[in-house]
Design a protein. Structure first.
Length: 390
């Protein structure tokens, strides 16, 4: 019986592997590389399936080698519902069982009579389980909705019950198996499944012998695919432009942080700096001044001399870089032209000598002009008897 079970699983594995490798994928890129994910996340009721299968159970108890193989076969039923989370990963919950047959050396609660020296057993079996499934075909060869054959190993665990003759035994069970899905159409798959369940040796009501027992189940059935039945490959988004922009902004932020640090340090230094006294340099823009002479005179009276001294101190000596022009003048209403020219020259020379000799104004800063009566600037004759300093 052990040889039969191991051989059956090996045949199913080899058959599934051959079918997977023999199929045309049609899911490769231009470089002949298998296309794998990423895929869009499916909704709760997407990629849901349910199935039913019928076949045989072969129980392995303390004396599983006794009797003919045909007498150990019992009917099997599988009912399940599940969901594929990704093209290669899924889960399901279901019921497996109906009946099991075997032999024991002592009478048990499930004994149905004696066959030679052994007691025949026949009891109902129920295995409520959850399975984690791995679609080997999609994982290795890439997802393809229209693939003819999918080879799916799985691991399971659940609650097993043996019952009959108004008694029962309950045990925690684990299982391993192979599910082969053969695509018939978009909605229906043909299924061929082999499962090996492992339970405690007391499951059939007999204590003693080997530590563990189990049951091999082989079923053929159909699976129905509900609602959305495929996976959509997610479009790849080029984030390089955004990443480059982020890097640029990070660089700008670092520069601003450094500049801000430098400004803070500079502000701190300025706050801690001792006050400095800076002598303000006087900036004077000297305006012209007019010095008036009496008719026929080439000297200034005391009032005009005061005006000249004030102008020298607050204009000529304050604005040390300015050059001044002395313009001598006489009124054309009196005297001859020659007399007026000579008088304007005398007046100009008089002011020039005062500035140089009395007040120490450099000759280089003085320009002399004697205009006679040719350039009377004022309407009143007495106002043109003057020296203009500008």
């Amino acid at each position: 019986m052990k040889i039969f079970t191991s051989g059956m699983l090996a045949i199913l594995l080899a058959c599934g592997s051959f079918c997977v490798s023999a199929q045309e994928n049609n899911n490769r890129d231009v470089n002949n590389k298998i296309l794998r994910g990423p895929y869009e996340t499916n909704r709760f009721f997407d990629n849901v399936f349910m199935g039913v299968g019928a076949g045989v159970n072969i129980y392995e108890g303390e004396f599983d080698d006794f009797g003919s193989f045909g007498k150990r076969l019992a009917p099997a039923l599988d009912i399940y519902v599940g969901k594929w989370l990704t093209p290669s990963t899924g889960f399901r919950v279901g019921y497996s069982g109906i009946q099991a047959k075997g032999w024991t050396s002592s009478r048990s609660a499930f004994a149905k009579g004696i066959d030679g020296k052994m007691f025949k057993e026949k009891f109902g079996v129920s295995y409520l389980h959850g399975d984690v499934m791995w679609n080997f075909s999609n994982a290795v060869s890439g997802y393809k909705e229209t693939r003819t054959w999918n080879f799916i190993p799985f691991l399971g665990a659940g609650w097993a019950r043996a019952y009959g003759n108004d008694t029962h035994e309950d045990e925690i069970a684990v299982s391993v198996g192979l599910l082969n899905n053969v695509r018939l159409c978009d909605l229906v798959d043909l299924t061929l499944e082999a499962r090996q369940m492992f339970v405690n040796q007391r499951f059939d009501g007999v204590v003693g012998g080997r530590k563990g027992e189990g049951m091999t189940s082989v079923t053929v059935g159909v699976a129905f695919k509900l609602n959305r039945r495929n996976f959509k490959r997610a479009e790849k988004v080029d984030y390089s432009a955004y990443q480059n922009r982020i890097k640029a902004l990070e660089g700008d932020n670092a520069k601003l942080a450094n500049n801000n640090k430098a400004l803070n340090e500079e502000n701190e230094a300025l706050r801690n700096r001792k006050p400095e006294v800076v002598a303000a340099e006087a900036k004077v823009s000297a305006s012209p001044v007019v010095l008036f002479f009496k008719i026929g005179k080439a000297t200034l009276d005391n009032k005009e001399l005061v005006n000249l001294e004030f102008y020298v101190k607050h204009a000529m000596q304050a604005d040390k870089n300015k050059t001044f022009t002395l313009i001598g003048s006489a009124d054309k209403a009196t005297g001859s032209k020659e007399l007026n020219q000579r008088l304007s020259e005398q007046r100009m020379q008089y002011v020039y000598d005062l500035l140089v000799k009395k007040y120490g104004i450099s000759k280089d800063r003085l320009i002399m002009k004697a205009e006679g009566d040719t350039n009377n600037r004022f309407d009143e004759p007495e106002l043109n008897r003057a020296v203009i300093v500008e």
